[in-house]
Design a binder for this molecule. Sequence first.
Ligand code: SF4
Length: 333
Amino acid sequence: MLQQTRVETVVPYFLRWMDAFPNVTALADAPLETVLKTWEGLGYYARARNLHRAAIVVRDQYQGQIPDDPDLLGALPGIGPYTLAAIQSLAFGRPMAVLDGNVERVLSRVLASDAPINDPKVKNGLRDLAGRLMGDTDPRVFNEAMMELGATVCLPRNPRCTLCPLHPLCRGAKTDPTRFPVKLKKKKIPVVEVGAAVTWRDPETFLIAKRHPEGLLGGMWEFPGGKREANESLVDCVKRELQEELDIRVDVKDFFLHVRHTFTHFHLSMHVFHCKWNGDAPKALDCADFRWVRFADCVKLPFGKADRQVLAALSTLADNSILPIKFSQKNNH
Ligand code: SF4
């Protein structure tokens, strides 16, 4: 069951995941940080957090057995209509039709439907239709067949209509199938300018912060910083963010790195500066935790993609014995 993720990408992660957490109880017993670290690189970190929460509920309330009752299953964290239908049909043989992107494409083309697929009402209509088409067929076979048809025959750009068993009844194939499905145009997503700091306590030790457990990249570690306000310089942004987040003042030194990364709802444009700690004891004012670390300490901690780019650049500095900023003997403690 994959959403917005390709099979080739997931396989190595899946194998590592199953190795680390061979059953629900093992997942429930693991610290969230280990779960996030095992997921690191896949994005959509809320899914990892939800899986972990769901595993805890299954361990504590259902003796480690995933409930087959659709209401109980659907109430677990992270189980939406797609996942519910997939588990119900594939694991328990219940007649619930799965509607993933592949099935949406197949059905929109068969109907030659101009209704926008990203409208929830249209999605629900297609889900009902898939359920009616399933009829008395084995739900596992029907759902797998529909998803595979979309993944291997009714391809987004080059549908292989002559090989398709639905060709005789497909209206889309009689025109241009690639016109379907129709999507409402997405709003242009904004660029968010962010200032972030690698705050050095000495030539080898720097400060990282843990994000609050909820929301974007919740529970992951990062280089502290935040969104630049209107008319604010990046340097002032870094200073303000470190004060608000950790109650420390820093000397902002050299610009280090510009990192771009696209999230679902915005493009991140992160400007990273080397900073020198001025000695204030940090406090977790607007973060879940903080830690002074050396580069090697970060290997075991979960970071999002943008921050991993910063770590990669830091490792290049370390490999080439480049000091990030100058430290006088007095400050070098
Ligand atoms: S006939 Fe072509 S467009 Fe229609 S479902 Fe099959 S592959 Fe898709």
